[in-house]
Design a protein around this ligand. Structure first.
Ligand SMILES: Cc1cc2nc3c(=O)[nH]c(=O)nc-3n(C[C@H](O)[C@H](O)[C@H](O)COP(=O)(O)O)c2cc1C
Length: 211
């Protein structure tokens, strides 16, 4: 099995999302020692922002693209190939200002590519290419944005990820949203993180069944 793990927290040490994605990967590795792991750290290596040449290249057939256009698409070509080659995507990130870290958004902009991660059909509909992938999002939040909380309608992170990945064919990704991690005592935080690890254990067992 091939896994693409993506971390996006700007924090290196003491990052809850990085800790949980590493835990999940270790849990998979325990059962599958020959697991092939690919890794991207968007905080350390921020994907390039879209620019005019990139956009122009999107509207130019592959045969007619200039060397500059090919260069502008090269990060995206490589990223899409890595994502399509994987069986599983594990994406971990904190909520920043109610949405995803800018570095992860930059990655998303490079990943949603016509003729690579989705196709446009003759009738105007689209077909995503990530339909067979297992996809996990681990999101960490300082506040509590669960349904019923007064903050719930401020959660622009989960809907944005859901929309973009549904467009690429992934209709049912798994979310492990860990919250609230701030303004709680250290025991409550320890318990929340233990509960998240327990959820990840159960998910790993479920996903590894039959492999
Ligand atoms: C710049 C910044 C913006 C943040 N914005 C939000 C936010 O909008 N909502 C929220 O619940 N938490 C917010 N937080 C808190 C983080 O999401 C929270 O601390 C998370 O657990 C950090 O994950 P990490 O430990 O993996 O970095 C923010 C933190 C930072 C540093």
């Amino acid at each position: 099995m091939r896994v693409l793990q993506i971390d996006a927290s700007a924090r290196r040490a003491h990052s809850s999302s990085r800790m949980l994605s590493a835990y999940f990967i270790a849990r998979l590795r325990h059962s599958l020692p020959d697991l092939a792991l690919d890794y991207i750290d968007t905080a350390a290596d921020c994907p390039p922002p879209l620019n005019a040449t990139f956009i122009e290249a999107l509207y130019t057939t592959a045969a007619e693209r200039s060397p500059a256009m090919k260069q502008a698409l090269s990060y995206s070509d490589n990223l899409c190939a890595r994502a399509l080659m994987a069986d599983m995507l594990v994406c971990a990130m904190p909520m920043y200002n109610f949405c995803m870290p800018a570095s992860f958004k930059a990655l998303l902009d490079q990943l949603v590519r016509v003729n690579l991660t989705y196709t446009l059909n003759a009738d105007g509909s689209t077909s995503g290419k990530l339909a067979q992938h297992k996809i996990l999002f681990i999101t960490t939040r300082g506040a509590d944005l669960r349904p019923g909380s007064p903050w719930h309608n401020m959660d622009a992170l989960r809907p944005a990820l859901q929309a973009a990945f549904a467009f690429m064919g992934a209709d049912d990704p798994v979310f492990v949203d860990v919250q609230p991690l701030e303004n709680i005592d250290s025991l409550a935080k320890t318990q929340l993180l233990a509960q998240a690890r327990h959820t990840l254990d159960a998910l790993a067992s479920r996903w590894l069944t039959g492999i």
